[in-house]
Design a protein around this ligand. Structure first.
Ligand SMILES: [Zn+2]
Ligand SMILES: [Zn+2]
Length: 256
């Protein structure tokens, strides 16, 4: 399995893109910096997009990828929960802001949407995909992706602390987990459903106690303007746990 980090952040600028992960050139999880990161020919290879929740930084490029596929006369498969389906139709693809690509063009709609049920694995393009509830507003799921050759990655999406139930359901070799803010913002992180390096350390300690091992850990969704502090604090987490914990960046390639 080859994972390319298209967008590693929660805020966009010339040098930072919104969260989006590409797996083996065909599967995408979250569509923040999706179209802005891929050539048209790379976009045409995509088979499926998995969305974790309805926050704008995770769905921003759904209308733009749909418009491209509409021009090509192709269909793109989108998988997510019912609340994300409803939010897309109500706010973005409502026929006013942009076309309802789930029903247009009428003969062959551009988006084929499939609802994911948390806890029920689905086969998608040869991968086994498990949606797992995490601790973030509006019903948010992380995705465990198991490749045909048995490689396993779990991406938490946005989440606050309290992942014990989640850890019981997953067994990744690679954990891609959010760390949005440095330690000094812990109260705000807890209120808004995010992690700091200190909170990450607690969650990883719980993981190790429950599962008897720690996976390789890569963080995403960092606030770009606070990234230097996050990076220093993550380094001390890695040292304390004696485990690989690194920040991701746009263009990062991960191999399993
Ligand atoms: Zn969010
Ligand atoms: Zn987010």
């Amino acid at each position: 399995m080859n994972i390319q980090v298209l967008g590693a952040h929660n805020c966009e600028s010339q040098n930072s893109k919104l969260i989006s992960l590409l797996i083996d050139d065909v599967l995408v999880i979250d569509a923040g910096g999706l179209t802005s990161s891929l050539s048209f020919s790379a976009q045409q290879k995509l088979k499926a997009i998995l969305l974790t929740h309805q926050h704008y930084d995770h769905i921003r490029d759904v209308p733009t990828i749909a418009m491209n596929f509409a021009f090509w006369g192709s269909t793109i498969n989108i998988y997510s929960t019912q609340p994300v389906h409803d939010a897309l139709l109500t706010y973005l693809l409502n026929g006013k802001l942009y076309p309802n690509f789930l029903e247009w063009p009428r003969q062959k709609p551009t988006i084929k949407f499939t609802t994911m049920e948390p806890g029920k694995p689905q086969q998608i393009e040869g991968y086994s995909i498990l949606a797992v509830l995490v601790n973030h507003p509006n019903l948010t799921v992380g995705y465990q992706v198991t490749s045909p050759d048995g490689k396993v990655v779990f991406y938490t999406s946005d989440t606050g602390p309290g992942l014990t139930d989640c850890w019981q359901k997953v067994s990744p070799q690679l954990l891609i987990i959010e760390v949005t803010l440095p330690n000094e913002y812990e109260e705000y992180a807890k209120e808004s459903g995010h992690l700091t390096p200190r909170l990450l350390k607690q969650e990883l300690t719980n993981f190790q106690a429950l599962k008897g091992y720690l996976p390789q850990v890569v963080t995403v969704h960092m606030s770009p303007t606070l990234e230097k502090e996050i990076e220093a604090e993550i380094a001390s987490v890695a040292k304390a746990l004696n485990n690989s914990v690194t920040l991701s960046y746009e263009g990062m390639q991960l191999h399993l």
